[in-house]
Design a protein around this ligand. Structure first.
Ligand SMILES: [Zn+2]
Length: 180
């Protein structure tokens, strides 16, 4: 059992907001540089490949509908995101230790020069954030995800320090959705 939540609280990341409420009230998030962290407040059941396929099925259906609509216009719709790209992004889900007693709830640590813009890209836009597909796949599977943020001018340095503190708790490993 790690001490990540206490570690984050001590570093000023103490208030956790459900991602649904962040996406509905982006004005909660300041337009300032800072760090942000995602955690699972409730881990849903994880089905490995089957679970990823479920998300890909939804995306494929959505693409089909868009293509159909464009056909009505006499036009050809080309998706921004291709399925191979999304599949590669979803691979990060395989790193989540979901079924181990007391496994860490922290999913991601990031930073931005504009916190509101970055969280808007993650929760409210398409093809703008590296972890949007893994996060949406978790939500689709009933996971509850929360976000904490802290404005700071030294956002890059603070992100580095948070990742170092996380690695100390986890024998050198980074959070599962962080690129390695
Ligand atoms: Zn941890």
């Amino acid at each position: 059992m790690c001490n990540c939540i206490d570690m984050l609280t001590a570093k000023g990341l103490a208030h956790w907001e459900p991602v649904a409420s962040v996406s509905a009230n982006l004005s909660l998030v300041p337009k300032k540089p800072g760090v942000y962290v995602l955690r699972a407040s409730n881990m849903g059941q994880y089905y490995g490949d089957k679970f990823q396929r479920r998300y890909l099925t939804e995306i494929t259906q959505l693409h089909r509908q868009k293509r159909h609509l464009f056909k009505k216009f006499g036009l050809t719709w080309i998706p921004d995101s291709n399925l191979e790209f999304i599949k590669r992004r979803l691979d990060r889900l395989g790193r989540i230790e979901h079924d181990i007693e007391g496994s860490c709830s922290i999913l991601y640590i990031g930073s931005s020069k504009n916190l509101r813009q970055r969280l808007e890209q993650l929760f409210c836009k398409e093809d703008r954030h590296t972890i949007e597909h893994p996060v949406r796949a978790l939500l689709l599977n009933g996971w509850q995800i929360e976000c904490a943020w802290k404005p700071t001018p030294n956002y890059r340095e603070e992100e580095k320090q948070l990742k170092i503190a996380f690695k100390i708790e986890h024998s050198g490993a980074l959070p599962p959705l962080v690129n390695r």
